[in-house]
Design a protein around this ligand. Sequence first.
Ligand code: PMP
Length: 389
Amino acid sequence: MLSKRMENLHPYVPGEQPKDRVYIKLNANENPYPPSPKVIEAVRQAAKKHPEKLGLYPDPDSNELKEAIADMLNKSGGVLSRANLEGGKKNGSGAIVSPSEFDKIPFVVTPEMIYAGNGSDEVLSFVFYAFFDSDRKLVLPEHTYSFYPVYGGFYDIPLAKIPLKEDWTLDKEKMLETANSEGSGIIFANPNAPTSIGLSRDQVREMIKKAPADKVFVVDEAYVDFGGESCIPLLAEFQNLVIVRTTSKSLCGAGQRLGYLVANKELVQAVTTVKNSLNHFPIDFLAQQAGIAACRDAGYYVKCAQNVAFERDEFIDFLREKGWFVLDSQTNFVFCKKDGVSGEEAYKKIKEEGILVRHFATPGIEEYLRITIGTHEQMQALRAVMEEM
Ligand code: PMP
């Protein structure tokens, strides 16, 4: 009864969401802080003042949301943890946000450069459909976001997985060599997951210069707000660059399912065509209101990102003192292992103590744990468990 296509499906396995016990959840790279109070109020007011809108189809192109996203990017420079705050309260809410000198975008991001969708997972899926074909291999690192190979199977796009170097960085040369010989596109997360380290903007620029100019080059910036370098400024130089981002991590919004991409207008149009052929209304009315309010209160999220970055660096110091090997992280998680303790063993021991972290059984990274950074209290609880290991 099943179609032939089903044979190519190998669904993504997200971090577990157990119902049997209340765990401290440090396994899915969610943000430990709640959304801005202004988001809660916007959703409440939207439902209260406009209940009729819940019975109507939402704006299919999320125009107001795209304006709010563009505005936030222009004001923050695309890396919240480095943005400046002026005139803010203690939690940053209501503060004026400006980009650090380093992150200033040398042009104005306009709403036409943005496509918004139902989580960046959906946005990525449309990107795969719009830009990659089954007649050539899409190039990606061997260890990166594990949804990319799932979409490869779903859309019948063959993949060239390039092993990471010994220091866990991308093998840029090999990726480019393969992309040029295949005449194909490239995709990776920057900073990468689960390794937590990223390329600088200059390194990405050098890569794009040498990659096929007629194929799309995708940089997934899901985690960039916690300390990476955004490639949005490179859109002024490259017509084939697509940058995918999400509100799930730095905008404390995994539950509202909002992701977006930034690219030149023609590529945005192509993804919009895919959307209109699959799901005309991907973002519901309330999620649009939540996203708009979040982008308009960027100061609150600057504070959250800075808190996460602070806790992360403290936690890395702690782990290293305790003899763990930890990569430097530009994200809201750390990638670590300890000699003599298997990744699975460590994961189980931590889970027994009521804390969930992520362990991948994937060969090559099975010795490691990926641990999401939580609140100060959550990290204290985790330290108490790891201290014993
Ligand atoms: N890209 C990367 C690198 C991720 O780790 C994730 C989250 N698992 C996503 C995209 C998807 O995020 P979302 O669909 O919540 O926007």
